[in-house]
Design a protein around this ligand. Structure first.
Ligand code: PLP
Length: 515
């Protein structure tokens, strides 16, 4: 279908209805490719929603969702009464006569692997900042709980003590006292490591990045739980790795499927989130940890253990980390972070790894960014050494436990009988499973129009997801907002479940043979 302007042309869109990928995603993807491939340019008008939905044989909401997705990424501007336009460089859609030909076709200049990088959380973050909305979507700790006074005092104290030295480049491996503090705290939890085996990183995201770059060449398979943390999936893909998902059961990744995969795939890395998994909230059983470690060691494939939220535990006994179970220190690289238990904006995480892995990671860290901020590392260490982190954890664990209980209680009260959800032992999310026939993405879109933000589960699946899950976060909203948000979502689900029941009853009737 041609766009209405003289300049660019939207190539025909082929929808694959059997792929399981939401049609709105397919439409947004086709438009994105048309822009990156140069078929559509800044200022080009997209087809009117009505005509595109007619041409593609989809409903209007599907096209509206695709346009909304592109608008929230900033690729498209929607102008009331005029239509939707490919965004110009100024951030405003330029009209055709204002457009200037660009000499460089950047889309052609990009490396092919980065063409694939399009993290959906850019869109989610945009959505999450919607004014006044109840945010049950962003997996962040509540910023209002950050102990500002204690952190300020720690910062002042290290600046006084260490002065301008903290404003120079730090060492690539990290601030010594913080490395020591982290080594001791891991050792107390059963994983005996020394400070030399710790590397401080800019968030655990950089930890995952350094590990990916150390172990993966383009095209190498990496095995992940399916579903999993999208930030890791997109990062591995940005390195050209091929991501392979292994399904989860209530105890964790299926070890038989993993064994089978490692026998035939040439996988180079296994990425696991054993505690309060993102997005399913599950905790891997001890038996499963031992089994997966045994499989990985037998095949000689390293495990990257992401313990992003292990400290936020509300009930049940703590399980030993894979790093702790790997007694001979042969097979596990562990990443941790202060992002969820304290503040993501510090951008401080760490890696614990065997010494020969550490030297590789440190060399890579040095060429990437020299070091993590020495000032913030020193302040954070002072904060922890004064006991403020432990006090903060005591406080937030009790608040988040209340919020979890409020969310579970409200779900019991307001959700239709066929909806299922997890009871997380810790972390900040509940994983909800809707009855067949109730579309999670449409539910999330409708909830947003009523001021409640939740994440559709299909964002997190590597293979085409079943589209019946929602990930609900209880870290950000207060108790009253949790109750209100779930009540609103419950009303939406009540109606959608009734509609799905009616549709399946009609479907059954239609499929009866006509005698
Ligand atoms: C499972 C998981 N790992 C790692 C990260 C990245 O955290 P950081 O802020 O430490 O980079 C996140 C962020 O949400 C996450 O969910």
């Amino acid at each position: 279908m041609a766009v209405d302007s003289q300049r660019g042309e939207l190539p025909p869109i082929e929808l694959d209805r059997a792929s399981g990928l939401p049609l709105s995603r397919q439409i947004a993807g086709a438009i994105r490719s048309a822009v990156s491939g140069g078929a559509l340019r800044s200022g080009d008008r997209l087809p009117a929603e009505r005509s595109l939905c007619r041409a593609l044989g989809v409903d209007r909401m599907t096209v509206a969702r695709a346009y909304e997705e592109l608008a929230s990424e900033g690729l498209v501007v929607r102008e009331v009464g005029r239509g939707s336009f490919v965004r110009g460089r100024t951030g405003k859609a330029s009209r055709p006569h204002e457009a200037v030909e660009r000499p460089m076709r950047w889309a052609r200049a990009f490396a092919s692997r980065v063409g694939q990088v399009n993290h959906p959380f850019g869109a989610l973050q945009h959505t999450a900042s919607q004014d006044g909305a109840i945010n049950l979507s962003s997996l962040y700790p509540d910023p209002d709980l950050f102990p500002l006074d204690e952190f300020r005092a720690a910062l002042n104290s290290v600046m006084k003590r260490e002065g301008a030295r903290l404003f120079g480049y730090g060492s690539a491996e990290g601030y010594g006292p913080l490395r020591k503090y982290l080594a001791e705290s891991l050792t107390r939890r059963g994983a005996a490591v020394t400070a030399d085996e710790i590397v401080i990183t800019n968030g655990s995201q950089q930890g995952i990045d350094l590990v990916a770059r150390s172990f993966l060449d383009p095209g190498d398979p990496v095995v992940l739980e399916d579903p999993t943390y999208t930030g890791a999936v997109h990062l591995f893909q940005a390195h050209g790795a091929s991501v392979v998902g292994v399904p989860l059961d209530p105890e964790g990744m299926d070890p038989v499927a993993l064994d089978d995969l490692l026998s035939r795939s040439g996988a180079r890395l296994i990425y696991l989130i054993p505690n309060f998994q993102n997005p399913t909230s599950g905790t891997m059983s001890l038996k499963r940890r031992q089994h997966l470690l045994e499989v990985a060691l037998r095949h000689g494939v390293p495990i990257l253990e992401d313990d992003f939220g292990g400290d936020l535990r509300y009930e049940g006994a703590e399980q030993p980390s894979l790093k702790a179970l790997d007694i001979r220190g042969e097979g596990v690289v562990y990443v941790g972070t202060f992002a969820k238990k304290l503040a993501p904006g510090l951008r401080i995480g760490w890696i614990a790894a065997p010494p020969e892995v550490v030297s590789r990671l440190v060399a890579l860290k040095r060429v990437t960014d020299w070091s993590t901020s020495p000032l913030l590392q020193a302040a954070l260490h002072e904060f922890c050494a004064r006991g403020h982190l432990d006090a903060h954890l005591d406080r937030v664990v009790s608040i988040y436990r209340q919020r979890r209980d409020a969310m579970l209680g409200a779900m019991r009260k307001h959700f239709p009988a066929d909806v299922r959800w997890t009871r997380p032992e810790g972390g900040l999310v509940v994983w909800v499973t809707l009855p067949q026939g109730v579309d999670a993405e449409e539910t999330a879109v409708e909830a947003r129009t009523h001021g409640v933000l939740v994440s559709s589960g299909d964002l997190f699946f590597i293979r085409s997801g079943p589209r019946t899950n929602l990930r609900m976060v209880f870290g950000q909203a207060g108790l009253a907002d949790i109750e209100k948000g779930i009540r609103i979502l419950g009303r939406i689900l009540d109606r959608r479940v009734r509609e799905a029941d009616r549709a399946s009853a009609t479907g059954t009737a239609e499929s009866l043979p006509v005698l």
